[in-house]
Design a protein around this ligand. Structure first.
Ligand code: CAA
Length: 412
């Protein structure tokens, strides 16, 4: 039985910061961010956007035109949850008008929570082939101002429906994993920025990649040379180059570059979105590759600090192009508003009160859901009218000519 990803939808905040401006403000050469990290821009959420509003918007698009009564579960994967007890998926359940019999819960294991949720969804559909599961990944990556992690911030959401007879990707059975208790990146409940041992986190990422790939091979997976494309968790896009070179033992040029280039194109403009990052890369890869990938295998690697690595492959379903939301996603990227560094820092500094008092946010540009404010410790979400425009054929915003791979929005 084929089980896998039937639809895949993204959402990114309506504002971004050009990293050239951040580099100037931090007195760092812009090439350090552009070439050294492989990032051009980072998505910045306004005060009235949080992981719930982003997740709901992506989830709404993933469910468009489908029968909600066949959904058994909505699973939210996030490491920037809004409550220590209540699952954020409960808000999604209401905002997406899901049936009462549809379960709603949250999973967490840093950036690989979404891939754990995918596995839970696959297992559920294998047992109940007529049912479907909605997985939504949403995060806001936040580091201290002026820290090495600052240019790797970002935000976004990805939502996908898992079903039997999927129209996008059929997931292969072999999977590989690697788990070890380490302190490379973490965030205690009293902090709103991550603590990170940056260089160690890159080392653990590569260790988890190698070990989980070997485990995948031992489970009957195919060698990386037989994977037409590879998508990686992308804390910053240079990480894919490091990862693919580590896995293949080759320089990132020719076929090796083709295997990863398209998958970096959206993330380069969005930044890190933790749980959503791998699935934003997957959407970018499918939507930015002009070659017909039908029947070809793609590799997917998820890394969650702390740490766990998960490696798997999937086969692209013939006719997948019909299901892609390419124009919607490009429009989302194209229509964002640029921020100055001062505006970014103003957004960054906003906080909800923690004493139970009431606060209403001024309205900024958002998707169809916004966080109106808070009252009595309860977040208030509202639906807003967002004009649906006819989607023109838009390119991903142009990138600097010196960028090694970002210009490859449409690659063979
Ligand atoms: N022109 C071109 N390149 C330049 C340059 C310039 N002027 N100046 C520096 N560079 C290059 C460096 O040579 C380096 O390249 P290599 O990696 O190939 O050596 C690169 O820019 C980064 O520079 P530094 O080595 O000086 O590193 P940094 O102090 O800026 O820190 C980082 C980089 C550790 C990734 C930091 O951004 C960080 O801590 N980020 C957050 C943690 C993170 O993303 N970890 C990734 C793995 S963990 C994970 O994946 C989970 C997750 O989502 C967080």
């Amino acid at each position: 039985m084929n089980i896998g990803i039937d639809t895949l939808s993204l959402y990114v905040p309506r504002y971004y910061l050009d990293l050239g401006h951040l580099a100037a403000a931090r007195q760092v050469p812009a090439d350090k961010y552009r070439r050294g990290l492989g990032q051009e821009q980072m998505a910045v959420p306004p005060p009235d956007e949080d992981i719930i509003t982003m997740a709901a918007t992506a989830g709404l698009a993933a469910l468009r035109g489908s029968d909600r009564s066949t959904l058994d579960r909505v699973i939210l994967a996030t490491e920037s949850g809004v409550d220590q007890s209540k699952a954020g998926a409960l808000y999604l359940h209401r905002l997406l008008e899901l049936p009462a019999r549809c379960q709603a819960f949250e999973v967490k294991q840093a950036c690989c929570g979404s891939t754990v949720a995918l596995q839970l969804a696959l297992d559920h559909v294998r047992l109940h082939p007529t049912r479907r599961v909605l997985v939504v990944a949403a995060d806001i990556a936040r580091y201290e101002l002026g820290s090495p992690g600052e240019p790797t911030q970002g935000a976004g959401a990805a939502a996908f429906v898992v079903s039997a007879r999927p129209r996008l990707l059929a997931c292969d059975a072999p999977t590989g994993s690697y788990t070890e208790d380490v302190m490379d990146f973490w965030r205690p409940p009293y902090r709103d920025t991550a603590l990170v041992d940056g260089k160690f986190s890159v080392k653990m990422y590569l260790t988890a990649l190698q070990e989980s790939y070997q485990d995948y091979l031992a489970a009957g997976g195919v060698p990386v040379a037989q994977l037409a494309r590879c998508c990686y968790h992308l804390p910053f896009t240079r990480m894919a180059e490091k990862a693919h070179a580590h896995l293949t033992g080759t320089a990132i040029e020719g076929d090796a570059l083709t295997a990863i280039a398209a998958g970096m194109s959206y993330n380069r403009l969005i930044g890190n979105s933790y749980t959503a990052s791998l699935y934003i890369s997957l959407a970018a890869m499918l939507e930015s590759t002009s070659e017909d990938l039908s029947g070809q295998r793609v590799g997917l690697f998820a890394y969650g600090s702390g740490c766990m690595g998960l490696f798997r492959s999937a086969t692209v379903v013939p006719g997948y192009q019909e299901v892609l939301q390419t124009e919607r996603h490009r429009q989302l990227l194209w229509e964002r508003q640029p921020l100055t560094v001062a505006d970014y820092q103003r957004f960054y500094a906003t906080q909800l009160p923690t004493d139970g008092s009431t606060l209403s946010w001024a309205r900024h540009a958002t998707g169809p859901f916004r966080l109106a404010g808070i009252t009595g410790h309860q977040r208030q979400y509202e639906r807003v009218a967002v004009a649906e425009k006819a989607a023109p054929a838009l390119p991903v915003p142009p990138v600097a000519a010196h960028a090694p791979v970002a210009a490859l929005v449409s690659v063979g």
